[in-house]
Ligand binder design. Structure first.
Ligand code: BDR
Ligand code: CA
Length: 342
């Protein structure tokens, strides 16, 4: 009888050990190995906080910065600030391209302010940048990565990845997917009547990435303009009562003003954070595989994303284009992730 009980206990122990191993290896396999390429920027900072608060789902290997909303020194400083606010100084920040591939630089200081962030006090963060350039970091990391293992969240102009792909086309092997905040189709652009800012700021880079053949998901204005702040949603964030909630409240209250006025919307979009929400819970979004081209010709359609939504030309599908999103689901997810921070 004693021997039976001993064997039985041992069996139970090995079964539970096995299930611990199985669960943790499933979790490790499910975790997204992520590089965030970004030009903070108000909505980029919100996206960074959301991502850095989700370590059980996102293994943020690095943040790489690019010139976009403001100059590179400021986007890099703001990325380091977001990292500090999230208490995630373990995540390295690499600065990349100071200007677009071909076109002359443009910035969005009218929307994001001179510092790239308004509504919150700004300081020089204690922890600095890594010493190597973001483009070299991308090449080295993607070359060393397991095939198809690294996801890139692309929250600004695509200059860094385009430079890396041009110098080292073989790095596509390491990439699982690039999820881009960019483009516009159904309701027109936000920087010209037809172009969205991130694509317009470096259309040649977007074209290089598109033609590289990497798996691409686009989170365009079509969906981000459906996921708007409201008084109730801002209250939800304020009710957290923590520093992260206060920071995001301060940032968003200022940031959404421009779009609300320009478009006559009841609230404002938080564009880049939708990319992170998509990675955390793709079920919040709907879209379809389409053929898409980027217009790099000078003229009124410069930077336009032309999307064959109805498959009129029967061309190969090269992008998963997101068009619908669960707005309340997005804000619930954002609020709960911010609630994890101090
Ligand atoms: C995009 O442009 C930038 O101003 C925002 O950060 C976002 O990435 C929206 O068009
Ligand atoms: Ca951005």
């Amino acid at each position: 009888m004693f021997r039976f009980a001993q064997v039985f206990r041992q069996l139970i122990r090995s079964v539970s050990l096995l299930s611990v191993i199985t669960i943790s290896s499933v979790q490790a396999a499910d975790k997204i190995d992520l590089i965030i390429d970004t030009d903070p920027g108000a909505d980029d900072v919100v996206a960074l906080l959301m991502a850095l608060a989700s370590p059980e789902q996102l293994n943020v290997r690095a943040i790489t910065t690019v010139a976009g909303n403001v100059r590179l020194d400021k986007t890099s400083r703001n990325a380091r600030l977001a990292r500090e606010w999230a208490g995630r100084e373990d995540v390295p920040v690499y600065a990349g391209a100071p200007k677009p591939l071909v076109r002359s630089p443009i910035y969005a200081e009218n929307i994001h302010g001179k510092e790239g962030l308004t509504g919150v006090p700004i300081h020089e963060p204690a922890k600095g940048l890594e010493s190597i350039n973001a483009v070299n970091y991308l090449i080295d990391t993607l070359r060393a990565a397991k095939p198809g293992s690294v996801t890139i969240a692309m929250l600004g102009p695509q200059t860094n990845l385009a430079l890396a792909l041009t110098q080292a086309p073989d790095i596509t092997r390491g990439i699982k997917e690039v999820v881009v905040m960019g483009g516009a189709h159904f309701n027109g652009g936000n920087i010209t009547p037809v172009a969205e800012f991130n694509i317009y700021a470096d259309p040649h880079a977007a074209d290089v990435v598109l033609k590289s053949g990497v798996k691409l998901t686009y989170v365009p204005l079509d969906v981000t303009h459906k996921i708007l702040t409201s008084e109730a949603r801002m209250k939800q964030i304020a009710a957290l009562g923590n520093t992260a909630g206060k920071l995001v409240g301060g940032i968003l209250n200022e940031y959404v003003k421009g779009d609300m006025e320009h478009y006559g919307l009841p609230g404002g979009p938080v564009h880049d954070a939708s990319v992170i929400a998509y990675l955390l819970n793709p079920e919040l979004f709907t879209g379809r595989d389409v053929n898409m081209v980027v217009d790099t010709r000078e003229g009124p359609t410069f930077g336009q994303t032309i999307v064959d939504w109805y498959n009129t030309l029967n061309q190969p599908k090269n992008v998963f284009w997101i068009e619908g999103g669960d707005a309340q689901g997005f804000f619930d997810l954002l609020t709960s992730r911010l609630g994890r921070l101090k």
